[in-house]
Design a protein. Structure first.
Length: 180
């Protein structure tokens, strides 16, 4: 019994050290990304991973895989918003813009599954194509560009901004773990 009491503080210290070390990986990664990429804010990076329990114990490859999953979820939510807008929109030009955006996001979602698998295996993108998060940022920009000249306010500004920030984190992580 005395032996167990003596080990308790040691065990607690080891557990505390392990969780501090794990949290440090996420903290250090977000600090590094923010320092090296103007599009990434440290606070946003921490919030970006906050809902993922796995991020607390993930290494860089794990964080990259989590980031790809998060942009997939963000893209899915954006696609749902586009579909809702398509149902309510009466203007034919706006309908066409929304249809094109929906097609672009659907294409990107199809590509995201392969990217997530590659990253989880530690392989990164294996094709000659640009990394998926780079494609994701292009999709958001291309979709937004379709609306210029259509209305004063773009219907998906908040979604695009969130999507671009998410894709920037995922792209930076994939670049960090990819061989030169």
């Amino acid at each position: 019994m005395g032996f167990l009491r003596a080990l308790s503080p040691l065990g607690f210290s080891l557990l505390l050290g392990a969780s501090t070390s794990d949290a440090s990986i996420l903290d250090d990664t977000c600090k590094s990304l923010a320092a090296n990429h103007t599009a990434i804010d440290y606070s946003y990076c921490i919030r970006f991973f906050q809902d993922s329990k796995e991020s607390a114990t993930a290494d860089m490859h794990g964080l990259a895989a989590i980031a790809v999953k998060i942009i997939g979820a963000t893209a899915t939510n954006t696609t749902k918003r586009i579909d809702a807008l398509r149902l309510s929109e009466k203007d034919e030009k706006m309908q066409e813009c929304l249809r094109i955006c929906s097609d672009l996001y659907a294409y990107m979602l199809a590509l995201l599954e392969n990217e997530a698998k590659d990253v989880a295996l530690g392989e990164g993108s294996q094709d000659a194509l640009p990394p998926m998060p780079d494609v994701a940022r292009y999709v958001a920009d291309a979709c937004e560009d379709r609306f210029h000249g259509q209305k004063e306010t773009l219907p998906l500004v908040a979604e695009y901004a969130e999507f671009r920030k998410s894709a920037s984190i995922a792209l930076a992580l994939i670049e960090a773990i990819s061989p030169p």
